[in-house]
Design a protein around this ligand. Structure first.
Ligand code: BG6
Length: 493
């Protein structure tokens, strides 16, 4: 293992993300032999804990959330020695000075300067303070060795994202900043590029001559859980569309990069976002649907309506569901609608991409089948992970009849235990590979794409909020949005 010794500093180590995702991911990387030989997990939190209490708390979380369930006590004992709880108050300069002493102490013991990876899993309002204090106290002044991972939200709209990026640029170089979008770490999202650019047979068809429409769905059964306060100030457009769905769109629509290399790939993604047609304010109703869930039932269990959720303003005008239509105005995609939808408390958890091809142009079989089903390529991201190509085939038998059939590549069959998104992304950050992270211009451009929608919805009188019962497949208006162009939602959430 030739990985550089690394001091990993987690701001917000007692928070929800650390508990569910970060510690389990680091532990799984450790079990699979991906962590550097020398590393420490400096775990920062505001409340007092003994090392033992904190390590036991992490073990409980690992038992609940780790991908790898079978591990020896010996392995855990090795890992737990790496975890150091540090009581930390972000508002106090003294805390940063102590942290610096700790980091310098680690370097002194190693006899070399370790890489430093700072994970900012803190409320957005603390990002400025933390990054400035890191810089001013000299904790992160080695451009080649020190990196910072930042969690979304990256701002609230375009202006705030520009301001945030400008602030960060005063303290860090862009190459040191890793803006995480965990959807980019999902196996089948990464696979889009392999599939498109690692085969000869699909890319020639990947354009408006052969593709009729594209659908991207991210449906969840969860509600706002205990994040009502955050979510009510955000809504599905900011929480999901601006980042996760836009990033998927970029992967589907981008031009071939000349190399699998971060600048190239990120340039091609920005190109897509720049080509997305901005929707005029007066057309927002025509292109978008926003909705809130009302009470309902999922798996036989009653669920509250959004307005009754804890932390949510009972008169809230925040959307929990969005469906919309985009166009990418470039040579490849001119005229092809990209439909997107995402919602909480839907009937089924499902993230998928459906590429619908155009109808067969010839009349050969018009007397033999009522309706030819156009080819459809489905990329299931989760919970199923597969690529599914539907095509027409001859029905076995004596006469010449046709029926649709499917060809499926299933990830779970060939790799039942694929790493979690956070494992991939944390490993990339440890290795200094930012390909799957978002550059400042990508984030700003993605905000720009939705800017008019934000404005229109905030004005309130422009676009009506509709509702859908918890456990349903969303509002009727979302079906209408597609029907106007003779389309229907093709995945089945
Ligand atoms: C997060 C959103 O970024 O992604 C959450 O803030 C959402 O609201 C989550 O639930 C979905 O992630 P996943 O990996 O469960 O699909």
């Amino acid at each position: 293992n030739d990985k550089k010794p690394t001091s990993i500093v987690i701001f917000g180590a007692t928070g929800d993300l650390a508990k569910r995702k970060l510690f389990p991911a680091f532990f799984n990387l450790f079990l699979d032999g991906w962590m550097p030989e020398d590393f420490e997990l400096l775990s920062l939190g505001r409340t007092e804990h003994t090392q033992e209490e904190f390590r036991n708390y992490i073990l409980e979380n690992i038992n609940d959330f780790s991908r790898i369930k079978n591990f020896s006590e010996e392995k855990w004992n090795q890992f737990k020695e790496k975890i150091k709880f540090v009581r930390f108050d972000i508002t106090q300069e003294e805390s940063f000075i102590q942290l610096k002493n700790q980091l310098d102490g680690i370097d002194a013991k190693l006899g070399a300067r370790a890489n430093r990876l700072f994970y900012l899993s803190v409320a957005p309002s603390f990002i400025e303070k933390v990054s400035k204090s890191l810089k001013e106290n000299g904790l992160a002044n080695n451009m080649n060795q020190d990196r910072m991972i930042i969690e979304k939200p990256f701002g609230y709209d375009k202006d705030s994202a520009v301001a945030l990026n400008a602030m960060l640029a005063q303290t860090f170089k862009e190459e040191q900043i890793y803006r995480i979008d965990h959807y980019l770490g999902k196996e089948n999202v990464q696979n889009i590029l392999a599939f498109r650019f690692g085969n000869t047979i699909f890319e020639p068809l990947w354009n408006n001559k052969y593709i009729d429409s594209v659908q991207i769905t991210v449906a969840e059964t969860v509600g706002v859980e205990d994040r009502g306060g955050y979510y009510d100030g955000s809504g599905a457009l900011r929480d999901m569309i601006q980042n996760h769905l836009m990033q998927i769109l970029c992967m589907v629509a981008m031009e071939p990069p000349t190399a699998f290399e971060s600048t190239e790939i990120r340039n091609r993604k920005v190109d897509v976002l720049k080509s997305v047609r901005r929707i005029n304010l007066e057309d927002i109703n025509h292109y978008t649907v926003r909705a809130q869930y009302t009470e309902g039932e999922i798996d036989g269990k009653k669920k509250l309506g959004y307005l009754a959720e804890p932390g949510v303003n009972p008169n809230s005008n925040t959307e929990t569901y969005v469906a919309m239509k985009f166009y990418v105005d470039n040579e490849r995609w001119k005229g092809v609608p990209f439909y997107m939808r995402t919602g909480k408390r839907m009937s089924k958890k499902e993230s998928s991409i459906v590429i619908s091809f155009k109808e067969v142009p010839c009349t050969t079989f018009q007397d033999r089948i009522k309706k030819m089903q156009p080819n459809k390529l489905t990329i299931n991201i989760q919970p199923e992970m597969d690529i599914n190509l539907s095509f027409m085939t001859k029905k076995p038998g004596l006469d010449m009849k046709l029926k649709p059939a499917e060809m499926v590549f299933d990830y779970f069959e060939c790799a039942p235990d694929t790493p979690e998104a956070y494992e991939t992304l944390l490993l990339d950050a440890l290795d200094g590979d930012s390909t799957l992270f978002m550059r400042s211009d990508q984030v700003e451009e993605a905000w720009d794409v939705i800017a008019n929608i934000q404005t229109a919805w905030e004005n309130g009188n422009v676009s009506k909020m509709v509702t859908y019962p918890a456990g349903s497949s969303g509002p009727e208006a979302a079906d209408e949005l597609l029907k106007r162009q003779g389309h229907t939602w093709l995945s089945n959430s």
